[in-house]
Design a protein around this ligand. Structure first.
Ligand SMILES: *Cc1c(COP(=O)(O)O)cnc(C)c1O
Length: 381
């Protein structure tokens, strides 16, 4: 089955009771038993729910994996991954990690003895020296936020395999339409389904996908034992959102490419970060491991003045000033004061995250309107 068919059919069967074509919302907390232990496979809704199980089967197929397990948010999914580790174990991670993931590693798991180290993974061979005996998990994010750096998943997985270390790839920014890390050797794929998978900015949800039975048992155990489960209504909305994933992401990528070109030629723009450019440091890797170059673009302004950036951010009409990404509507954000405000300026500057850096999540509106919108906002400075 090809991707565009999978999003609509994989793991999804008409409802056996009524023939309903769309998976019903099984809004129930419990299931009747004929006699103690004699039931249809469903006992209590934290453990299993038919709407959720259908979504999980669909998600597994999208990532070419055997198993998917859903949680109530992307960060709850991450928590389930880190719970595989024991005190004293270490996670080796990308240095421009999503802020919420960094906060969880340091401030939640750090207290229980899980160590985390952050390194530049843009040259895979340079991570070798950081892998110690206690390193048990390599955490990859690619493309990264907000600099749109690219990490070579296949090369990292090869090194990890030699050392017997697991690899988890946060595939949120790419979506399964553009990139499938399990095919490149990763052990676990993580999604904040809140973003491209849901695609309509109306659900918060997370998922992990894997092939290994033991990993699956762990994830299923944590789903039930910790209980951060998504509700059936949200699972329904997610299934509905996924049906158009391929066309949404394709259009958003096409729009983003045009917007990146427009910005690149604009006299007030300094640098445009976009993996589709030949002069992007890992353009070749992006070309190899992604179907298209994604729909996230960031840029900063000549003179690097926060006040001028603020003018741009306050004067767009279609680009809404908001956190998050991956919805049908375009969003604009200012990492230095929003998502990355807790990072000291010197640290930010080291990775190129300047005061005037602006991040765009390009949606699927008409690209002419989007460009006009940015043009008029840039004219305000
Ligand atoms: C949003 C996001 C998360 C966290 O997901 P939530 O659903 O908000 O909990 C993790 N990683 C990346 C890359 C994200 O963009």
């Amino acid at each position: 089955m090809k991707f565009g068919t999978k999003v609509i059919h994989a793991g999804i069967k008409p409802d056996p009771l009524s023939g309903a074509v769309m998976t019903p919302i099984y809004q129930t907390s419990t299931y009747v038993q004929n006699a103690p232990g004699d039931h249809k496979g469903y006992e209590y809704a934290r453990g299993d729910n038919p709407t959720r199980n259908t979504l999980q089967a669909n998600l597994a197929a999208l990532e070419n994996g055997k198993h998917a397990i859903c949680y109530s948010s992307g960060l709850a999914a991450m928590d389930a991954v880190i719970r595989m580790l024991n005190p004293g174990d270490e996670v080796l991670s990308t240095n421009d990690l999503y802020g919420g993931s960094y906060r969880q590693l340091v401030r939640v798991h750090g207290r229980f003895g899980i160590k985390s180290t952050y390194v530049d993974m843009s040259k895979p061979s340079s991570i070798k020296k950081h892998i110690k005996k206690r390193t048990k998990l390599i955490w990859v994010e690619t493309p990264t936020n907000p600099m749109l750096n690219i990490v070579d998943i296949k090369a990292i997985c090869k090194i990890a395999k030699e050392k017997g270390v697991l690899v988890c790839v946060d595939n949120t920014f790419a979506s399964p339409f553009l990139q499938n890390p399990l095919d490149l050797g990763a052990d676990i794929v993580l999604h904040s389904c809140t973003k491209y998978l849901g695609g309509h900015s109306d659900v918060v949800m997370g998922a992990v996908v894997c092939n290994d039975e033991k990993l699956k048992d762990h994830f299923k155990f944590v789903q039930n034992a910790v209980g951060a489960v998504p509700g059936p209504q949200d699972c329904f909305l997610m299934l509905r959102g996924i049906k158009t994933l391929h066309i949404r992401v394709q259009r958003a990528c096409e729009n983003a490419a045009k917007i990146a070109d427009f910005l690149k030629g604009h006299p007030k723009v300094n640098r445009v970060n976009y993996p589709g450019y030949k002069d992007h440091p890992n353009h070749k890797v992006a070309k190899k491991q992604m179907k298209m170059f994604g729909a996230m673009v960031s840029f900063d302004l000549k003179g690097d003045d926060f006040k001028q950036a603020k003018k741009v951010l306050s004067n767009t009409h279609y680009f809404l000033l908001a956190e998050s990404l991956g919805g049908v509507e375009s969003l604009i954000g200012h990492p230095a004061s929003m998502t990355h405000a807790s990072i000291p300026k010197e640290e930010r500057m080291k990775v190129g995250l300047t005061d005037s850096l602006i991040r765009l999540s390009v949606g699927i509106e008409d690209v002419d309107d989007l460009m006009k919108d940015l043009k008029s906002a840039l004219n305000k400075i």
